[in-house]
Design a protein around this ligand. Structure first.
Ligand code: C2O
Ligand code: CU
Ligand code: CU
Length: 505
Protein backbone atom coordinates (compact mmCIF):
# COMPACT_ATOMS: atom_id res chain seq x y z
CA UNK A 1 0.00 0.00 0.00
CA UNK A 2 1.21 3.49 -0.80
CA UNK A 3 2.21 5.62 2.17
CA UNK A 4 -0.09 8.54 2.80
CA UNK A 5 0.82 12.21 3.06
CA UNK A 6 4.44 11.86 1.91
CA UNK A 7 4.27 14.09 -1.17
CA UNK A 8 3.64 17.82 -1.09
CA UNK A 9 0.42 19.02 -2.72
CA UNK A 10 1.14 20.25 -6.26
CA UNK A 11 -0.39 23.57 -7.29
CA UNK A 12 -1.27 23.67 -10.98
CA UNK A 13 0.56 26.38 -12.89
CA UNK A 14 -1.47 29.22 -14.42
CA UNK A 15 -1.50 29.26 -18.17
CA UNK A 16 -0.51 32.43 -20.02
CA UNK A 17 -1.79 33.51 -23.41
CA UNK A 18 0.65 33.00 -26.27
CA UNK A 19 -0.63 36.15 -27.97
CA UNK A 20 -3.67 38.18 -28.89
CA UNK A 21 -6.08 38.11 -31.82
CA UNK A 22 -7.64 41.58 -32.12
CA UNK A 23 -7.14 42.22 -28.41
CA UNK A 24 -8.59 38.88 -27.39
CA UNK A 25 -6.11 36.71 -25.47
CA UNK A 26 -5.17 33.61 -27.42
CA UNK A 27 -4.09 30.39 -25.73
CA UNK A 28 -2.62 27.28 -27.27
CA UNK A 29 -2.92 24.02 -25.39
CA UNK A 30 -1.42 20.76 -26.58
CA UNK A 31 -2.55 17.37 -25.38
CA UNK A 32 0.51 15.22 -24.91
CA UNK A 33 1.54 11.91 -23.45
CA UNK A 34 4.02 12.19 -20.62
CA UNK A 35 5.34 10.35 -17.58
CA UNK A 36 4.66 11.87 -14.18
CA UNK A 37 5.53 10.94 -10.59
CA UNK A 38 2.17 10.50 -8.88
CA UNK A 39 3.62 9.24 -5.59
CA UNK A 40 7.09 9.08 -3.99
CA UNK A 41 7.16 5.28 -4.18
CA UNK A 42 5.70 4.86 -7.66
CA UNK A 43 7.78 4.90 -10.82
CA UNK A 44 6.66 7.64 -13.24
CA UNK A 45 3.17 6.94 -14.59
CA UNK A 46 2.13 7.37 -18.19
CA UNK A 47 -0.55 10.05 -18.35
CA UNK A 48 -2.15 12.28 -20.96
CA UNK A 49 -2.08 15.92 -20.05
CA UNK A 50 -2.97 19.34 -21.42
CA UNK A 51 0.40 20.88 -22.25
CA UNK A 52 1.76 17.57 -21.00
CA UNK A 53 0.56 18.28 -17.46
CA UNK A 54 -1.79 16.26 -15.28
CA UNK A 55 -3.93 18.02 -14.15
CA UNK A 56 -3.76 20.62 -16.89
CA UNK A 57 -2.70 24.22 -16.24
CA UNK A 58 -5.26 26.51 -14.57
CA UNK A 59 -6.95 29.26 -16.57
CA UNK A 60 -7.58 32.51 -14.73
CA UNK A 61 -9.90 34.75 -16.73
CA UNK A 62 -11.81 37.94 -16.05
CA UNK A 63 -15.56 38.14 -16.47
CA UNK A 64 -16.55 39.77 -19.80
CA UNK A 65 -13.07 39.22 -21.22
CA UNK A 66 -13.44 36.58 -23.94
CA UNK A 67 -10.54 34.28 -24.75
CA UNK A 68 -9.63 32.08 -27.70
CA UNK A 69 -8.17 28.63 -27.15
CA UNK A 70 -6.64 26.39 -29.77
CA UNK A 71 -6.82 22.87 -28.38
CA UNK A 72 -4.30 20.66 -30.15
CA UNK A 73 -3.96 16.90 -30.08
CA UNK A 74 -0.42 15.48 -30.15
CA UNK A 75 -1.38 12.22 -28.51
CA UNK A 76 -0.26 8.81 -29.78
CA UNK A 77 -2.31 6.93 -32.34
CA UNK A 78 -3.31 4.17 -29.89
CA UNK A 79 -4.97 4.41 -26.50
CA UNK A 80 -3.29 2.92 -23.43
CA UNK A 81 -6.58 2.20 -21.68
CA UNK A 82 -9.09 -0.51 -22.68
CA UNK A 83 -11.57 0.65 -25.33
CA UNK A 84 -14.92 -1.11 -25.60
CA UNK A 85 -15.76 -1.08 -29.28
CA UNK A 86 -19.37 -2.10 -28.60
CA UNK A 87 -19.98 1.39 -27.17
CA UNK A 88 -21.68 3.84 -29.53
CA UNK A 89 -19.13 6.13 -31.12
CA UNK A 90 -16.15 3.97 -30.18
CA UNK A 91 -16.60 1.26 -32.84
CA UNK A 92 -13.64 -0.39 -34.55
CA UNK A 93 -14.30 1.81 -37.57
CA UNK A 94 -13.54 4.95 -35.53
CA UNK A 95 -10.05 6.30 -34.93
CA UNK A 96 -8.93 4.97 -31.56
CA UNK A 97 -7.68 8.23 -30.05
CA UNK A 98 -10.18 11.04 -30.45
CA UNK A 99 -10.42 14.18 -28.33
CA UNK A 100 -12.64 17.21 -27.92
CA UNK A 101 -12.53 19.69 -25.06
CA UNK A 102 -15.55 20.87 -23.11
CA UNK A 103 -15.51 23.76 -20.65
CA UNK A 104 -17.77 22.36 -17.94
CA UNK A 105 -20.14 25.01 -16.63
CA UNK A 106 -19.09 27.47 -19.29
CA UNK A 107 -21.80 29.52 -20.99
CA UNK A 108 -20.44 28.86 -24.45
CA UNK A 109 -21.90 28.92 -28.00
CA UNK A 110 -22.28 25.41 -29.38
CA UNK A 111 -19.47 25.74 -31.91
CA UNK A 112 -17.00 26.07 -29.00
CA UNK A 113 -18.76 23.83 -26.50
CA UNK A 114 -17.04 20.57 -27.33
CA UNK A 115 -19.90 18.52 -28.73
CA UNK A 116 -18.97 14.82 -28.25
CA UNK A 117 -19.08 14.24 -32.02
CA UNK A 118 -16.96 17.32 -32.75
CA UNK A 119 -13.86 15.28 -31.91
CA UNK A 120 -10.54 15.43 -33.73
CA UNK A 121 -7.48 13.22 -33.89
CA UNK A 122 -3.78 14.06 -33.80
CA UNK A 123 -3.08 17.21 -35.85
CA UNK A 124 -6.76 17.30 -36.90
CA UNK A 125 -6.04 14.48 -39.34
CA UNK A 126 -9.56 13.16 -38.87
CA UNK A 127 -12.55 14.93 -37.39
CA UNK A 128 -15.94 13.78 -36.17
CA UNK A 129 -19.26 14.33 -37.96
CA UNK A 130 -20.09 17.44 -35.89
CA UNK A 131 -16.69 19.11 -36.06
CA UNK A 132 -17.07 22.77 -37.06
CA UNK A 133 -14.02 24.79 -36.11
CA UNK A 134 -10.58 24.45 -34.58
CA UNK A 135 -10.39 27.69 -32.67
CA UNK A 136 -12.67 27.83 -29.64
CA UNK A 137 -13.92 31.07 -28.07
CA UNK A 138 -15.13 31.36 -24.49
CA UNK A 139 -17.15 34.56 -23.93
CA UNK A 140 -16.76 34.49 -20.11
CA UNK A 141 -19.85 36.62 -19.59
CA UNK A 142 -20.82 34.68 -16.48
CA UNK A 143 -20.18 35.60 -12.82
CA UNK A 144 -17.03 34.54 -10.97
CA UNK A 145 -16.88 30.80 -10.43
CA UNK A 146 -14.86 27.62 -10.70
CA UNK A 147 -15.23 25.75 -13.95
CA UNK A 148 -13.19 22.90 -15.30
CA UNK A 149 -12.21 21.78 -18.74
CA UNK A 150 -12.04 18.15 -19.68
CA UNK A 151 -12.24 15.76 -22.57
CA UNK A 152 -15.67 14.86 -23.96
CA UNK A 153 -15.04 12.52 -26.91
CA UNK A 154 -17.94 10.23 -27.82
CA UNK A 155 -17.64 6.83 -26.15
CA UNK A 156 -14.21 7.65 -24.74
CA UNK A 157 -14.69 10.36 -22.13
CA UNK A 158 -14.21 8.02 -19.15
CA UNK A 159 -10.85 6.85 -20.49
CA UNK A 160 -9.57 10.23 -21.68
CA UNK A 161 -10.34 11.94 -18.37
CA UNK A 162 -8.94 8.96 -16.47
CA UNK A 163 -5.75 9.27 -18.54
CA UNK A 164 -5.41 12.83 -17.18
CA UNK A 165 -7.26 15.19 -19.51
CA UNK A 166 -8.77 17.66 -17.03
CA UNK A 167 -7.93 21.07 -15.59
CA UNK A 168 -9.41 24.09 -13.76
CA UNK A 169 -10.79 27.25 -15.31
CA UNK A 170 -11.47 30.07 -12.86
CA UNK A 171 -13.54 33.13 -13.70
CA UNK A 172 -12.83 36.23 -11.60
CA UNK A 173 -14.92 39.38 -11.36
CA UNK A 174 -14.91 42.74 -9.61
CA UNK A 175 -17.82 41.98 -7.30
CA UNK A 176 -16.02 38.97 -5.92
CA UNK A 177 -12.69 40.76 -5.65
CA UNK A 178 -14.36 43.35 -3.41
CA UNK A 179 -15.34 40.71 -0.87
CA UNK A 180 -11.82 40.37 0.51
CA UNK A 181 -11.83 36.58 0.58
CA UNK A 182 -8.53 34.74 1.22
CA UNK A 183 -6.38 35.14 -1.89
CA UNK A 184 -2.94 34.56 -3.38
CA UNK A 185 -1.17 31.63 -1.70
CA UNK A 186 -4.19 31.21 0.58
CA UNK A 187 -6.53 30.43 -2.32
CA UNK A 188 -5.96 26.86 -3.52
CA UNK A 189 -7.81 24.75 -6.11
CA UNK A 190 -8.15 21.06 -5.21
CA UNK A 191 -8.96 18.54 -7.94
CA UNK A 192 -9.92 15.28 -6.28
CA UNK A 193 -9.82 12.02 -8.23
CA UNK A 194 -9.49 8.32 -7.50
CA UNK A 195 -7.15 6.04 -9.41
CA UNK A 196 -5.76 2.50 -9.22
CA UNK A 197 -2.29 1.41 -10.23
CA UNK A 198 -0.45 -1.62 -11.46
CA UNK A 199 2.66 -2.55 -9.42
CA UNK A 200 4.87 -0.92 -12.03
CA UNK A 201 3.09 2.42 -11.68
CA UNK A 202 0.86 2.16 -14.73
CA UNK A 203 -2.70 3.40 -14.36
CA UNK A 204 -5.10 0.52 -13.93
CA UNK A 205 -8.56 0.60 -15.49
CA UNK A 206 -10.59 -2.63 -15.63
CA UNK A 207 -11.27 -4.24 -19.01
CA UNK A 208 -13.59 -7.06 -17.98
CA UNK A 209 -17.36 -7.02 -17.77
CA UNK A 210 -18.76 -7.52 -14.30
CA UNK A 211 -19.07 -11.26 -13.46
CA UNK A 212 -20.86 -13.53 -14.26
CA UNK A 213 -20.74 -11.86 -17.71
CA UNK A 214 -17.85 -13.00 -19.90
CA UNK A 215 -18.10 -10.85 -22.99
CA UNK A 216 -17.28 -8.51 -24.52
CA UNK A 217 -13.72 -7.75 -23.51
CA UNK A 218 -12.67 -4.99 -23.14
CA UNK A 219 -16.02 -4.05 -21.68
CA UNK A 220 -17.36 -0.82 -20.32
CA UNK A 221 -17.97 -1.22 -16.57
CA UNK A 222 -20.95 0.08 -14.55
CA UNK A 223 -18.79 2.57 -12.64
CA UNK A 224 -15.10 2.91 -11.79
CA UNK A 225 -13.79 3.18 -8.23
CA UNK A 226 -10.06 3.52 -7.61
CA UNK A 227 -8.29 2.45 -4.42
CA UNK A 228 -6.18 5.59 -3.98
CA UNK A 229 -7.16 9.25 -3.84
CA UNK A 230 -5.22 11.91 -5.71
CA UNK A 231 -5.35 15.64 -5.19
CA UNK A 232 -3.98 17.84 -7.98
CA UNK A 233 -2.36 14.74 -9.44
CA UNK A 234 -0.60 13.37 -6.30
CA UNK A 235 -1.63 10.39 -4.26
CA UNK A 236 -2.67 11.44 -0.72
CA UNK A 237 -0.58 14.62 -0.55
CA UNK A 238 0.03 16.99 2.34
CA UNK A 239 0.31 20.75 2.43
CA UNK A 240 1.90 22.98 5.04
CA UNK A 241 -0.40 25.83 5.96
CA UNK A 242 -0.41 28.84 8.24
CA UNK A 243 -2.86 29.31 11.11
CA UNK A 244 -5.25 31.47 9.09
CA UNK A 245 -8.19 31.29 6.73
CA UNK A 246 -7.80 29.49 3.40
CA UNK A 247 -10.05 29.32 0.41
CA UNK A 248 -10.27 25.91 -1.27
CA UNK A 249 -11.95 25.53 -4.63
CA UNK A 250 -12.84 21.86 -4.54
CA UNK A 251 -13.69 19.89 -7.66
CA UNK A 252 -14.71 16.25 -7.69
CA UNK A 253 -13.00 15.20 -10.91
CA UNK A 254 -13.51 11.47 -10.35
CA UNK A 255 -15.14 9.12 -12.84
CA UNK A 256 -17.82 7.76 -10.50
CA UNK A 257 -16.83 8.27 -6.87
CA UNK A 258 -18.89 10.54 -4.63
CA UNK A 259 -17.29 12.07 -1.54
CA UNK A 260 -18.56 13.31 1.79
CA UNK A 261 -15.71 15.47 3.01
CA UNK A 262 -15.05 16.43 6.61
CA UNK A 263 -12.06 17.67 8.62
CA UNK A 264 -10.53 15.38 11.24
CA UNK A 265 -10.39 18.16 13.86
CA UNK A 266 -14.13 18.67 13.65
CA UNK A 267 -13.87 22.16 12.14
CA UNK A 268 -16.63 22.90 9.62
CA UNK A 269 -16.31 24.17 6.08
CA UNK A 270 -17.72 27.57 5.42
CA UNK A 271 -19.14 27.14 1.97
CA UNK A 272 -19.27 30.31 -0.10
CA UNK A 273 -19.94 28.98 -3.57
CA UNK A 274 -21.43 26.17 -5.63
CA UNK A 275 -20.91 25.01 -9.24
CA UNK A 276 -21.89 28.33 -10.77
CA UNK A 277 -20.63 30.88 -8.29
CA UNK A 278 -21.18 32.51 -4.95
CA UNK A 279 -24.01 31.63 -2.60
CA UNK A 280 -26.13 34.42 -1.17
CA UNK A 281 -24.61 33.94 2.30
CA UNK A 282 -21.84 31.72 3.66
CA UNK A 283 -23.13 28.36 4.88
CA UNK A 284 -21.39 26.52 7.68
CA UNK A 285 -21.33 22.78 6.93
CA UNK A 286 -19.72 20.04 9.05
CA UNK A 287 -19.53 17.81 5.97
CA UNK A 288 -19.76 18.32 2.28
CA UNK A 289 -21.06 15.93 -0.39
CA UNK A 290 -19.73 16.24 -3.93
CA UNK A 291 -20.77 14.04 -6.85
CA UNK A 292 -18.56 13.78 -9.93
CA UNK A 293 -18.21 17.22 -11.60
CA UNK A 294 -19.71 19.17 -8.68
CA UNK A 295 -17.67 21.98 -7.16
CA UNK A 296 -17.69 23.62 -3.77
CA UNK A 297 -15.94 26.86 -2.89
CA UNK A 298 -15.11 26.77 0.81
CA UNK A 299 -13.24 28.67 3.50
CA UNK A 300 -11.41 26.68 6.16
CA UNK A 301 -10.15 28.50 9.22
CA UNK A 302 -6.94 27.03 10.63
CA UNK A 303 -6.31 29.97 12.97
CA UNK A 304 -6.88 27.96 16.14
CA UNK A 305 -5.03 24.85 14.93
CA UNK A 306 -1.36 25.83 15.15
CA UNK A 307 0.80 22.72 15.45
CA UNK A 308 -2.00 20.37 14.45
CA UNK A 309 -2.31 18.05 11.46
CA UNK A 310 -5.78 18.04 9.95
CA UNK A 311 -6.89 15.29 7.59
CA UNK A 312 -9.44 15.88 4.89
CA UNK A 313 -11.58 12.76 5.22
CA UNK A 314 -14.22 11.07 3.12
CA UNK A 315 -16.99 8.84 4.44
CA UNK A 316 -19.32 8.53 1.46
CA UNK A 317 -20.52 4.96 1.18
CA UNK A 318 -19.42 3.35 -2.09
CA UNK A 319 -20.64 -0.02 -3.39
CA UNK A 320 -22.41 -0.63 -0.09
CA UNK A 321 -19.33 0.02 2.05
CA UNK A 322 -18.03 2.90 4.13
CA UNK A 323 -14.57 3.82 2.85
CA UNK A 324 -11.61 2.55 4.87
CA UNK A 325 -10.03 5.50 6.76
CA UNK A 326 -6.65 4.02 5.82
CA UNK A 327 -7.33 4.28 2.10
CA UNK A 328 -10.21 5.97 0.28
CA UNK A 329 -11.48 7.41 3.57
CA UNK A 330 -8.50 9.81 3.52
CA UNK A 331 -7.94 12.50 0.93
CA UNK A 332 -5.06 14.72 2.05
CA UNK A 333 -3.41 16.29 5.07
CA UNK A 334 -3.09 19.91 6.15
CA UNK A 335 -0.14 20.54 8.48
CA UNK A 336 -0.64 23.79 10.35
CA UNK A 337 3.09 24.23 10.91
CA UNK A 338 4.01 27.44 9.11
CA UNK A 339 4.05 30.48 11.39
CA UNK A 340 1.97 33.41 10.18
CA UNK A 341 3.84 35.32 7.48
CA UNK A 342 1.43 38.25 7.78
CA UNK A 343 -1.73 39.06 9.65
CA UNK A 344 -4.84 37.45 8.16
CA UNK A 345 -6.78 40.43 6.85
CA UNK A 346 -9.27 38.38 4.86
CA UNK A 347 -12.93 38.35 5.76
CA UNK A 348 -16.03 36.29 5.13
CA UNK A 349 -18.78 38.83 4.47
CA UNK A 350 -22.27 37.93 5.69
CA UNK A 351 -23.63 38.74 2.24
CA UNK A 352 -21.79 37.32 -0.76
CA UNK A 353 -23.86 37.80 -3.92
CA UNK A 354 -27.52 38.11 -4.88
CA UNK A 355 -29.09 34.81 -5.99
CA UNK A 356 -32.59 35.74 -7.19
CA UNK A 357 -34.96 32.80 -6.87
CA UNK A 358 -36.48 31.60 -10.14
CA UNK A 359 -40.22 31.28 -9.84
CA UNK A 360 -41.76 31.55 -13.30
CA UNK A 361 -41.56 28.98 -16.04
CA UNK A 362 -43.11 28.53 -19.47
CA UNK A 363 -42.77 24.79 -19.88
CA UNK A 364 -42.28 21.62 -17.83
CA UNK A 365 -40.94 18.20 -18.78
CA UNK A 366 -40.92 14.88 -17.05
CA UNK A 367 -37.82 12.86 -17.80
CA UNK A 368 -37.04 9.41 -16.49
CA UNK A 369 -33.63 8.18 -15.48
CA UNK A 370 -33.95 4.48 -16.20
CA UNK A 371 -32.17 1.30 -17.11
CA UNK A 372 -32.24 -1.48 -19.69
CA UNK A 373 -30.17 -4.55 -20.47
CA UNK A 374 -28.00 -4.66 -23.57
CA UNK A 375 -27.56 -7.77 -25.71
CA UNK A 376 -24.70 -8.98 -23.46
CA UNK A 377 -26.80 -8.63 -20.30
CA UNK A 378 -25.06 -5.47 -19.15
CA UNK A 379 -26.98 -2.53 -17.69
CA UNK A 380 -27.45 0.49 -19.91
CA UNK A 381 -28.46 3.67 -18.13
CA UNK A 382 -30.73 5.93 -20.16
CA UNK A 383 -32.22 9.38 -20.11
CA UNK A 384 -35.97 9.05 -20.59
CA UNK A 385 -35.52 5.58 -22.06
CA UNK A 386 -33.75 6.94 -25.12
CA UNK A 387 -30.44 6.12 -26.74
CA UNK A 388 -27.97 8.76 -27.89
CA UNK A 389 -28.88 7.99 -31.49
CA UNK A 390 -32.65 8.44 -31.00
CA UNK A 391 -34.23 11.59 -32.46
CA UNK A 392 -33.77 14.77 -30.43
CA UNK A 393 -36.66 15.15 -28.00
CA UNK A 394 -35.69 18.11 -25.81
CA UNK A 395 -36.01 21.39 -27.72
CA UNK A 396 -36.44 24.25 -25.23
CA UNK A 397 -36.96 27.73 -26.70
CA UNK A 398 -34.29 30.35 -26.40
CA UNK A 399 -35.14 32.70 -23.53
CA UNK A 400 -37.72 30.41 -21.95
CA UNK A 401 -37.54 28.89 -18.52
CA UNK A 402 -38.42 25.23 -17.99
CA UNK A 403 -38.89 22.93 -15.05
CA UNK A 404 -37.44 19.46 -15.49
CA UNK A 405 -38.82 16.69 -13.31
CA UNK A 406 -36.12 14.04 -13.14
CA UNK A 407 -37.70 10.73 -12.15
CA UNK A 408 -34.95 8.41 -10.97
CA UNK A 409 -36.15 4.85 -11.42
CA UNK A 410 -32.70 3.24 -11.02
CA UNK A 411 -30.67 2.15 -8.00
CA UNK A 412 -27.99 4.84 -8.32
CA UNK A 413 -27.64 8.55 -7.61
CA UNK A 414 -27.05 10.23 -10.96
CA UNK A 415 -25.32 13.62 -11.10
CA UNK A 416 -27.22 15.21 -13.99
CA UNK A 417 -25.43 17.96 -15.89
CA UNK A 418 -26.70 20.28 -18.63
CA UNK A 419 -24.38 22.13 -20.95
CA UNK A 420 -24.81 25.87 -21.64
CA UNK A 421 -27.10 26.69 -18.73
CA UNK A 422 -27.08 27.24 -15.02
CA UNK A 423 -30.12 26.23 -13.01
CA UNK A 424 -31.61 26.10 -9.53
CA UNK A 425 -32.81 23.07 -7.61
CA UNK A 426 -36.45 23.42 -6.59
CA UNK A 427 -36.96 20.29 -4.49
CA UNK A 428 -36.84 16.51 -4.23
CA UNK A 429 -39.79 14.25 -3.52
CA UNK A 430 -40.11 10.46 -3.10
CA UNK A 431 -42.50 8.58 -5.39
CA UNK A 432 -44.10 5.13 -5.36
CA UNK A 433 -41.82 2.94 -7.45
CA UNK A 434 -44.21 -0.02 -7.65
CA UNK A 435 -47.02 2.07 -9.09
CA UNK A 436 -44.57 3.74 -11.44
CA UNK A 437 -43.16 0.45 -12.72
CA UNK A 438 -46.57 -1.22 -13.12
CA UNK A 439 -48.70 1.66 -14.35
CA UNK A 440 -46.27 4.40 -15.31
CA UNK A 441 -48.05 6.81 -12.96
CA UNK A 442 -46.10 9.07 -10.66
CA UNK A 443 -47.56 8.94 -7.17
CA UNK A 444 -45.58 10.94 -4.59
CA UNK A 445 -45.20 9.29 -1.19
CA UNK A 446 -43.93 12.28 0.76
CA UNK A 447 -43.54 16.04 0.73
CA UNK A 448 -41.35 18.07 -1.59
CA UNK A 449 -38.12 18.65 0.26
CA UNK A 450 -36.26 21.87 -0.56
CA UNK A 451 -32.54 21.52 -1.32
CA UNK A 452 -29.93 21.79 1.42
CA UNK A 453 -28.85 25.36 2.26
CA UNK A 454 -25.57 24.87 0.41
CA UNK A 455 -27.41 23.72 -2.73
CA UNK A 456 -29.45 26.92 -2.95
CA UNK A 457 -27.15 28.61 -5.40
CA UNK A 458 -26.66 28.36 -9.14
CA UNK A 459 -25.84 24.82 -10.18
CA UNK A 460 -24.88 22.99 -13.36
CA UNK A 461 -24.88 19.47 -11.93
CA UNK A 462 -27.55 18.06 -9.63
CA UNK A 463 -27.66 14.83 -7.64
CA UNK A 464 -30.84 12.95 -8.59
CA UNK A 465 -31.38 10.24 -6.02
CA UNK A 466 -33.12 6.88 -6.64
CA UNK A 467 -36.84 6.79 -5.97
CA UNK A 468 -37.09 10.57 -6.06
CA UNK A 469 -38.40 13.29 -8.33
CA UNK A 470 -35.75 15.97 -8.52
CA UNK A 471 -37.08 19.26 -9.85
CA UNK A 472 -34.78 21.82 -11.40
CA UNK A 473 -35.68 25.16 -12.96
CA UNK A 474 -33.63 26.17 -15.99
CA UNK A 475 -33.53 29.38 -18.01
CA UNK A 476 -32.43 28.36 -21.53
CA UNK A 477 -30.02 30.70 -23.23
CA UNK A 478 -28.25 32.96 -23.97
CA UNK A 479 -27.29 31.02 -27.14
CA UNK A 480 -29.38 28.81 -29.37
CA UNK A 481 -27.85 25.62 -30.71
CA UNK A 482 -27.01 21.98 -30.20
CA UNK A 483 -25.84 20.93 -26.74
CA UNK A 484 -25.92 17.84 -24.52
CA UNK A 485 -27.17 16.83 -21.12
CA UNK A 486 -25.94 13.76 -19.32
CA UNK A 487 -25.11 11.89 -16.16
CA UNK A 488 -21.61 12.83 -15.00
CA UNK A 489 -20.71 9.35 -13.82
CA UNK A 490 -18.39 8.93 -16.76
CA UNK A 491 -19.14 5.25 -17.25
CA UNK A 492 -22.84 6.13 -17.52
CA UNK A 493 -22.22 9.09 -19.78
CA UNK A 494 -20.16 6.97 -22.18
CA UNK A 495 -22.70 4.18 -22.17
CA UNK A 496 -25.89 5.94 -23.30
CA UNK A 497 -26.74 8.19 -20.36
CA UNK A 498 -26.22 11.25 -22.52
CA UNK A 499 -28.59 13.00 -24.92
CA UNK A 500 -28.33 15.87 -27.37
CA UNK A 501 -30.72 18.79 -26.90
CA UNK A 502 -31.41 21.88 -28.97
CA UNK A 503 -32.11 25.41 -27.82
CA UNK A 504 -34.39 26.65 -30.59
CA UNK A 505 -35.02 30.19 -31.74
CU1 C2O B 1 -18.30 17.96 -17.37
CU2 C2O B 1 -20.68 17.33 -20.51
O1 C2O B 1 -19.44 17.65 -18.95
CU1 CU C 1 -20.62 20.69 -19.16
CU1 CU D 1 -25.54 7.96 -13.79
Amino acid sequence: MLKKFVDPLPIMESIRPTGHIQNVPFYEVTMQETFQKLHRDLPPTKVWGYNGLYPGPTFHVQRHQPVHVLWKNKLPEWHFLPIDTTVHGAEKSQPEVRTVVHLHGGVTPDTSDGYPEAWFTRDFQKVGPHFTNRLYTYPNHQPATNLWYHDHAMGLTRLNIYAGLAGMYIIHDREEARLNLPCGPFDIPLIIQDRSFHEDGRLFYPDEPVPPLMTPRPSVIPDFYGDTILVNGKVWPHVNVEPRRYRFRILNGSNARFYRFSLSNGEPFIQIGTDQGLLETPICVPSLVLAPAERADVIVDFSTCYGVSVILQNDYETQGKKPDPETTGSVMQFRVVHPLTSRDKSSIPAHLAPVPKLTHHQHARTLRLNMRKDSYGRNIHLLDDRLWSDPISETPKLGQTEIWNLINDTEAVHPIHLHLVRFQILDRQPFDRDVFEKEGRIVPTGPRVPPALNERGWKDTVRARPGEITRIIIPFGPYPGLFVWHCHILEHEDYEMMRPYIVTR
